[in-house]
Design a protein around this ligand. Structure first.
Ligand SMILES: NC(=O)c1ccc[n+]([C@@H]2O[C@H](COP(=O)([O-])OP(=O)(O)OC[C@H]3O[C@@H](n4cnc5c(N)ncnc54)[C@H](OP(=O)(O)O)[C@@H]3O)[C@@H](O)[C@H]2O)c1
Length: 245
C-alpha cells in the first residue's frame, strides 16, 4: 500500500520517531496525518509543517475514553501507526522493577492493543489498510539493564503476530517494526551507536510501501536480527555482559 492519498494516524507523534513519521508521511503525499500526543500543545511544530493536512489530536493510549473518542473523530483512517511507547530503564529485580514493568505493559502492550481493537473496524470500514506497530529489536532478545521494557516489547511482538492472523480476513495488514537504538529522548544518556530517526522512518515507510511484514530499519537491528537467526543463545549472552560486574 502506498502512503500517497491515505489518511494516517501516528501515536506518540511529538516524540523523536513519531515526529519523523509525521514529516515523512507528508513528504510521501498522505492526504491527512492525525498527529496524536498526550499533550496537544506539543504538536505545534508539526501542525506548522502543513496546517491543512496535519490534524493535532489529544490521545493518551492508556485512556479508554480518549481512544473511543479518537476512533470516532478520526473515522477516515487507512493506516494506524502505533508508535507511542515508554521505557523506564529498569532492571527486572530493581526495587521499582515491578512498578516499571506494570507501567510499560500498560502503554506498550495494553495501550497498543486497545488502539488496534478500536481502529480495526474503522480501517475495515474504509476499505482495508495497515496497522504498523513500532515494537523493538529488544522484543526478540532481552537486554537485562532494561529488562522490564524488553518484556513489554516481547508482549507487543506477540500481539503483532496474533493480530496478523486475526486482521487478514478484515483487509488489514499488520506490520511489525523492530528498530535498534535510535537517537531520541528515550535513549538520552545511553551509550553506543544510535540511528537517526529520519533515516529509520524512511526505511520503515519504504518497507511498508513495498509490502514487508517485519521491518528492521537500521544497521544495528539488521545485524542483531541476523545473529538471532543463527545463534540466539549467543546474542542473549552478549547482552547479559552489559550488566556491570
Ligand atoms: N529510541 C529507540 O532506541 C527505540 C528503539 C526501538 C523502539 N523504539 C520505540 O519507538 C517508539 C517511539 O519512541 P521514541 O524513541 O521516539 O521515544 P520518545 O521520543 O520518548 O517518544 C515516545 C512517545 O510516546 C509517547 N507516549 C508515552 N506514553 C504515552 C501514552 N500513555 N499515550 C500516548 N503517548 C504516549 C510520548 O509522549 P509524551 O511526550 O507525552 O511522553 C512520546 O511522544 C516507542 O514505542 C519505542 O519503544 C524506540
Amino acid at each position: 500500500m502506498q502512503v500517497k492519498g491515505k489518511n494516517v494516524l501516528v501515536t506518540g507523534a511529538n516524540g523523536g520517531i513519531g515526529s519523523a513519521f509525521v514529516k515523512e508521511l507528508l513528504q510521501r503525499g498522505a492526504s491527512k496525518v492525525y498527529a496524536a500526543a498526550r499533550n496537544k500543545h506539543s504538536l505545534g511544530h508539526l501542525k506548522q509543517l502543513d496546517p491543512e493536512r496535519v490534524v493535532a489530536v489529544a490521545l493518551d493510549i492508556t485512556d479508554a475514553t480518549h481512544i473511543a473518542n479518537v476512533a470516532g473523530t478520526c473515522s477516515d483512517v487507512h493506516i494506524l501507526i502505533n508508535n507511542a511507547g515508554v521505557n523506564r530503564g529498569m532492571w527486572l529485580t530493581a526495587p521499582s522493577g515491578q512498578e516499571a514493568a506494570r507501567d510499560e505493559m500498560e502503554v506498550n502492550f495494553f495501550g497498543t492493543l486497545a488502539m488496534c481493537r478500536a481502529f480495526a473496524p474503522v480501517i475495515t470500514a474504509n476499505g482495508g489498510g495497515i496497522i504498523a506497530n513500532t515494537c523493538s529489536l529488544l522484543a526478540l532478545v532481552n537486554m537485562p539493564v532494561i529488562g522490564t521494557y524488553c518484556v513489554s516489547k516481547a508482549a507487543e511482538h506477540s500481539l503483532i503476530q496474533g493480530l496478523r492472523g486475526e486482521m487478514a480476513p478484515k483487509g488489514i495488514k499488520v506490520i511489525g517494526i523492530y528498530p535498534g537504538q535510535v537517537d531520541t529522548r528515550m535513549t538520552e544518556g545511553a551509550d553506543g551507536p544510535k540511528a537517526i530517526p529520519e533515516q529509520v522512518v524512511t526505511a520503515i515507510l519504504d518497507g511498508l510501501e513495498s509490502g514487508a511484514e517485519e521491518i528492521f530499519p537500521d544497521p544495528m537491528s539488521q545485524q542483531v536480527h541476523t545473529m538471532l537467526l543463527t545463534d540466539p543463545g549467543q546474542v542473549e549472552k552478549e547482552f547479559a555482559k552489559m550488566i556491570p560486574a
